[in-house]
Design a protein around this ligand. Structure first.
Ligand code: IPM
Ligand code: MN
Length: 375
């Protein structure tokens, strides 16, 4: 029997209860398909931070880099200032492991209600490939009071006034700035990943940018996209401004197969994507380094107010678990989890509170596990 060791970070809020369902389902898939997972639990999250002052240490990250996939619940807690845990644990891991692809399937399962009128599972089935380590997420920014950073004041005053000779108030009391950076290598590798994926799907890649305004950064993105596209003549492509693509996701989701996007736009459009596939409770994600350590998680947050009530939707996490074992090479088992999720929704009319019903978190996991074993 194949043995896998998988670190699991249940995290905060509802994290532990949803990850428990995910492990239950993966264990069932293992029983069915002949592998066994040894779960290695890590305590990182708000409690650990409040007790020890540690977010996640470099030693721990180094230790985790011995594994090819990590299972993550959710991070975030009202006792800690917003961003501290998210940046100190989640983003730290994404950057440390160089998980340059954030893979987010947008797929409407049979039996799930979508707010898009007259759209069916045939219309909503695409994958967003979000760049995950660059852009406005690199963490370079700051604030300057008048006179304290002459350079930044120069920047702020030169932007439009220099180009168009506008009379803009130049002597602000204080400015704030954040730098977005994309590299040639960083851009190419994620775009290449998107094309490779499209080759296995419907051979269409849509690129997202805002090259009409943020032309330095996203003009560069477009050039790299065109270069990579030239090496895949059989794949159809198009460019989409980020504002426009939000409209097309709603109006014509069937146009999309693979969507490749810079980091920040990807963050935004995948919440929209989650809604059209039935809500955040149904949206999984994988932070992927194909040659290193990947990490799988629901894309929703830790929903602290629902903690411990056995009512939240574990499907996003269970689905992320299917992506995890797929990454480990257990493709058949991975696919069986997604079809069991779907079968459970159709046959048992499963609806957790977010889907308008009162199914219990633990029952959803039990039922999916049972379906896998019975099939
Ligand atoms: C996500 C989240 C994160 C992000 C936050 C929590 C740092 O919104 O995974 O989409 O912005 O990437
Ligand atoms: Mn997000």
């Amino acid at each position: 029997m194949t043995q896998y060791k998988v670190p699991v970070i249940p995290g905060d809020g509802i994290g532990p209860e949803i990850v428990a369902e995910g492990m239950k389902v993966i264990d069932a898939a293992g029983e069915k398909f002949g592998f066994d997972v040894d779960w290695i639990e890590y305590p990182h999250g708000a409690d650990h931070y409040l007790e020890t002052g540690e977010l996640i240490s470099e030693d721990t990250l180094k230790e985790l880099s011995n594994y090819s996939a990590i299972y993550l619940g959710s991070i975030g807690d009202p006792r800690v200032a917003p961003g501290v845990l998210e940046k100190g644990i989640l983003l730290a891991a994404r950057f440390y492991f160089d998980q340059y692809v954030n893979l987010r399937p947008i797929k409407l399962l049979e039996g799930v209600w979508t707010p898009l009128k007259d759209k069916t599972p045939k219309d909503i089935d695409f994958t967003v490939v979000r760049e995950n380590t660059e852009d406005f997420y690199i963490g370079i920014g700051g604030r300057s009071k008048k006179g304290t950073s002459k350079e930044m004041l120069e920047v702020s005053r030169s932007l439009y006034s220099a180009k168009f000779d506008l009379d803009i108030e130049t002597d602000s009391e204080e400015i704030a700035y954040q730098i977005g950076m994309i590299s040639k290598e960083g851009t190419r590798r994620v775009i290449e990943y998107a094309f490779d994926l499209a080759e296995k799907r419907d051979k269409h890649v849509a690129s997202v940018d805002k090259a009409n305004v943020l032309s330095d950064i996203y003009g560069f993105w477009r050039e790299e996209f065109e270069d990579v596209a030239a090496t895949h003549p059989d794949v159809e492509t198009d460019f989409n401004y980020v504002d426009a693509i939000t409209m097309w996701f709603v109006k014509n989701p069937d146009w999309f197969d693979v969507v490749v996007t810079p980091n920040m736009f990807g963050d935004i459009i995948t919440d929209l994507g989650a809604m059209i596939q039935g809500g955040l409770g149904l949206a999984p994600g994988g932070n992927i380094n194909p040659e290193g350590t990947s990490m799988f998680e629901p894309i929703h947050g830790s929903a602290p107010k629902y903690k411990g009530q056995n009512k939240v939707n574990p499907i996003a996490t269970i689905w992320a678990g299917s992506m995890l074992i797929d990454q480990l090479g257990e493709t058949e088992a991975g696919a069986s989890i997604v079809s069991a999720i779907e079968q459970n929704i159709i046959e048992n009319n499963v609806k957790t509170y977010d889907m308008g019903g009162s199914s219990k978190t633990s029952d959803v996991g039990d039922d999916i596990a049972r379906i896998i074993l019975e099939e």
